[in-house]
Design a protein around this ligand. Structure first.
Ligand code: 9MG
Length: 340
């Protein structure tokens, strides 16, 4: 028998959503009260192409949204990279000070979470030794956490996860979904904080050379489902897990579009979802903007699409622009609550 999937469709927002959920004619998308789905796309793998049909129905598993995500709107995760600045000769501290100042600005702009990372995972990038990654991220995490901000650490390494949590990080964001080293799973089983499991095919150095899938959206779903299962088996409670389909990580332009278009599929995983597409290559391909720093408009468009499709967390560089765009989209979708 071929594997079957259900993708929520026929989305309705705000008071319409609440009404339909109350009447049993819609179901909450991703455990959110302001978005309902009224149909599911039933997808069956098989042969060259999956068969698809729309029907009334609900997902087998309902997402339980943990308290830290129960804000009535997507949380904004602002990106704080702590990587050497080739234009600065200000010494070791200058790099940390610059990252801290950037994090404080993002918080002022409306970021709910500050995602601190010391290892670039851009296509083609080399890894960073553990000691160097620790040297980069720990002072920044400690300074931002000490000022009361919610900090996540963007790392694949067990010892960095542990040290970051000790320094005040409240969330672990792992682009390798705890596969980089076995100790990473162990570190998170021993911790109590939420963990973001992102899909990637291959590692950053080679992942964009020739990514291959049978059906990208379904293959990513299967992979994330298996990782969630492995985490639960290792002792990480489902309530601690957030899933992310990993736009740009071992995916061609068309793969990224397919994943983005079918983003609601991932609500069937039964965990909150993160979308990270900010300034990525496919935005440049769509907008013609070659310079990543100038991809704000396209990135904001993608973030609004993800929010309308029930993303619980949006990982972005341009916090102010995203917050403002979501305020408008949120008010239109749900004027009484001004959220999504
Ligand atoms: C660190 N990092 C870079 N891109 C990312 C994405 O799309 N998602 C997550 N969770 N982390 C990312």
């Amino acid at each position: 028998m071929s594997r079957r999937y259900t993708r929520p469709a026929g989305l309705v927002y705000g008071s319409d959503a609440r009404q339909l959920i109350k009447e049993g004619r819609g179901a909450s998308l991703g455990g959110l009260s302001a978005i309902a789905y009224t149909l599911v796309e039933e997808i069956a793998r098989g042969g060259a192409e999956a068969s698809r049909r729309f029907a009334p129905g609900t997902l087998p598993r309902q997402t339980v949204v943990p308290p830290f995500l129960s804000t009535g709107r997507p949380l904004i995760m602002g990106i704080v990279n702590v990587t050497p600045d080739s234009f600065s000769d200000g010494g070791l501290n200058a790099e940390a000070e610059r990252a801290i100042a950037h994090g404080l600005q993002l918080a002022k702009d409306g970021a709910d979470i500050l995602d601190v990372g010391g290892e670039s995972t851009r296509p083609g990038s080399e890894g960073v030794p553990e000691a160097e990654e620790l040297r980069r991220v720990l002072p920044v995490i400690a300074a931002l956490a000490a000022q009361g901000f919610t900090v996540s650490v963007d790392t694949r390494k067990a010892n960095v996860m542990r040290a970051a949590i000790d320094a005040g990080a409240k969330i672990v964001n792992d682009v390798a979904a705890l596969t980089y080293e076995p100790a990473a799973m162990q570190a998170m089983a021993e911790a109590t904080c939420p963990v973001i499991l992102m899909h990637a095919q291959g590692d950053p150095k080679t992942m964009q050379l020739s990514p291959q899938y049978d059906d990208v959206a379904l293959d990513v779903f299967d992979w994330l489902e298996a990782r969630i299962g492995a985490c639960i088996a290792a002792g990480i409670a489902r309530e601690r897990i957030v899933a992310d389909p990993g736009i740009g990580f071992g995916k061609s332009f068309r793969h990224n579009i397919d994943v983005l278009r079918q983003f609601t599929l991932y609500h069937a995983l039964g965990v909150p979802l993160l979308m990270g597409l900010s300034r990525k290559g496919f935005i440049g391909a769509l907008t013609g903007e070659k310079h990543a720093g100038n991809r704000v408009n396209g990135s904001v468009g993608g973030a609004v699409w993800a929010a309308l499709n029930g993303a619980h967390i949006l990982r972005v560089h341009d916090v102010k622009a995203t917050v403002e765009a979501l305020a408008v989209a949120g008010a239109a979708a749900d004027p009484d609550q001004s959220g999504l």
